[in-house]
Write a protein that binds this ligand. Structure first.
Ligand SMILES: N[C@@H](CCC(=O)N[C@@H](CS)C(=O)NCC(=O)O)C(=O)O
Length: 217
């Protein structure tokens, strides 16, 4: 099984399924494609019609899966006997809801705060982005309270993979967080799988201009 990903420093969507695979120690081959502008859509178009990463290629079954959430679903179903989602019904419903919410929402935050793991930046956020940041912190607090933790929806799940890139953004842009949100960011950052991804990001030297925002702090 191969997972095609973008630069670890920048690719939020790639981090999600990579983290799920690594956390659950599923064997896979990682193939990294630069997100630099040179022939980008032709290069990514080799793997799927979406011309985007991530893409999962499961040669055993001749299956191609694109889109980070669909890949996480596939991994959970094919490799984890469903353990990608929490086992308790209420927690599973919560995890699916907040994962879908992340996948389809928080556009202002996503546009204004690109993931850039190796940078420490300051940004003037728009009103909408500030609302996204506040809403995510509230969502984390509510999910942790409802599920009783220790992860967002009880046991570690796809929901945590969906929000891990947000934690990285909060660190890069020095966002002031509530104690609960800060503790969650620290918990994600301390995961061995996350440390592995960050180490990979720090080794990269390529700068993708479109994903650079803010000023040094
Ligand atoms: N909804 C897709 C979005 C994937 C996506 O936008 N990937 C970015 C990299 S993080 C990409 O491939 N960009 C290249 C391009 O837009 O040409 C997913 O969840 O996988």
């Amino acid at each position: 099984m191969q997972l095609i990903i973008g630069n670890k420093n920048y690719s939020t969507w790639s981090l999600r399924p990579w983290l799920l695979l690594d956390y659950f120690e599923v064997t896979f081959e990682e193939v990294l494609e630069s997100l630099g502008p040179d022939q980008l859509s032709q290069r990514l178009g080799k793997y799927s019609a979406s011309s985007k990463v991530p893409v999962l290629l499961d040669d055993d079954d001749d299956v191609v899966v694109w889109d980070s959430l669909a890949i996480c679903e596939y991994i959970s179903e094919q490799c984890l006997d469903g353990r990608g989602w929490p086992q308790a019904t209420a927690n599973r419903a919560l995890a699916r809801s907040i994962s879908a919410q992340m996948h389809s929402g928080f556009g202002a935050m996503r546009n204004e705060m690109p993931m850039n793991i190796r940078a420490k930046r300051r940004l003037e956020l728009s009103h909408d982005a500030k609302c996204d940041v506040a809403q995510i912190q509230q969502l984390w607090q509510d999910a942790l309270a409802q599920s009783d933790g220790p992860w967002l929806c009880g046991e570690f799940s796809i929901a945590d993979c969906m929000y891990a890139p947000v934690a990285m953004r909060f660190i890069t842009y020095g966002i002031e967080l509530t104690p609960v949100a800060q503790a969650y960011v620290d918990k994600i950052s301390a995961l061995p799988s996350m440390k592995k991804w960050v180490a990979g990001a720090l080794e990269e030297t390529e700068i993708v201009a479109i994903d650079e925002a803010g000023v040094e702090r």
